[in-house]
Design a protein around this ligand. Structure first.
Ligand SMILES: NC(=O)c1ccc[n+]([C@@H]2O[C@H](COP(=O)([O-])OP(=O)(O)OC[C@H]3O[C@@H](n4cnc5c(N)ncnc54)[C@H](OP(=O)(O)O)[C@@H]3O)[C@@H](O)[C@H]2O)c1
Length: 198
C-alpha cells in the first residue's frame, strides 16, 4: 500500500488509516525543507507509527545533508535505476552509508526499447528467460531492490520468477556496458547531478 502525503497531512493520514503501523515511509522527492520533513518522519518512527523511514529522489548531496543534520539514517533511497541508468556511483555511495538502493521504474517505464536490446535478448536466450526477467535479475544481483509495475497478472508472475537462475560474470559485464547514465524522464532535475557525475 502506498500513501503519498505532505508532512502536515501525515498525522491525519495516520489517524484515518486502517493500518496501525506502516513498514516504511519515504519522502517522495526533495522539498524546500528536507530537514524539517525528515524530522517529521523521525517523529513518526520514534512514536512507533512506522518501522522504517527513508528517502526517494535524493541526490548524494541532498542525502549527505540528511545524515549530517538528522539522527536516523535513511533505510532506503528510491531512485530511478535501470540498465540504461545504472547509478553505479550512487550505489557505492548508498552502500557506504548503509542505505538500501531501491530502483523505481526498473524497466524505465517502457522507454529505451530495452526489451528488444540485442545483448539482453541474447542473455535471455541463454537462460530461457524473458528480457524483463534478465533486467530484473541484473539489478537484484547488483544488490538493488526492484519494484516493477505491471497491470497484467501473467507479467507480475513473470517478474517474480527471477530467483532460480544466476547471470554469470560475463553477462553482468555485458549488461554493465549498456549503461548510458541517462534518465528516461529527467525528473526530478536535481538527480541530474548524479547523471553528470557518474
Ligand atoms: N519514487 C518515485 O518518484 C517514482 C517515480 C516513478 C515510478 N515509481 C514507482 O516505480 C514503480 C514502477 O514504475 P513504472 O511503472 O514507472 O515503471 P516500470 O516498472 O519500469 O515499467 C512499467 C511498464 O513495464 C511494463 N511491464 C511490466 N512487466 C513487464 C514484463 N514482464 N514484460 C514486458 N513489459 C512489462 C508494464 O506494462 P503492463 O502494465 O502492460 O505489464 C508497464 O508499461 C511503481 O511502483 C511506481 O510507483 C516511483
Amino acid at each position: 500500500m502506498v500513501i503519498k502525503a505532505h508532512p502536515e497531512e501525515l498525522t491525519d493520514r495516520w489517524r484515518n488509516s486502517v493500518l496501525t503501523i506502516f513498514d516504511l515511509i519515504l519522502i517522495h522527492w526533495p522539498t524546500g525543507d528536507n530537514i524539517g520533513t525528515y524530522r517529521a518522519l523521525e517523529d513518526a518512527l520514534n512514536e512507533g507509527k512506522c518501522r522504517a523511514i527513508g528517502l526517494s529522489n535524493f541526490n548524494s548531496q541532498q542525502f549527505s545533508q540528511i545524515i549530517e543534520e538528522c539522527d536516523v539514517r535513511p533505510a532506503v533511497n528510491q531512485i530511478e535505476t535501470h540498465i540504461m541508468w545504472q547509478q553505479k556511483r550512487m550505489h557505492k555511495f548508498l552502500s557506504k552509508n548503509d542505505c538500501i538502493h531501491e530502483s523505481w521504474s526498473p524497466f524505465s517505464s517502457g522507454s529505451f526499447n530495452m526489451f528488444n536490446d540485442e545483448t539482453v535478448l541474447d542473455i535471455a536466450n541463454n537462460h530461457d528467460k524473458t528480457p524483463a526477467q534478465i533486467i530484473l535479475r541484473f539489478l537484484i544481483q547488483n544488490d538493488i531492490v526492484v519494484i516493477p509495475k505491471s497491470s497484467s497478472k501473467d507479467r507480475m508472475k513473470e517478474n517474480l520468477d527471477v530467483f532460480d537462475f544466476d547471470l554469470n560474470r560475463d553477462e553482468i559485464f555485458r549488461i554493465r556496458n549498456l549503461d548510458k547514465n541517462q534518465s528516461y524522464c529527467n525528473w526530478p532535475y536535481s538527480m541530474q547531478y548524479e547523471a553528470v557525475n557518474p
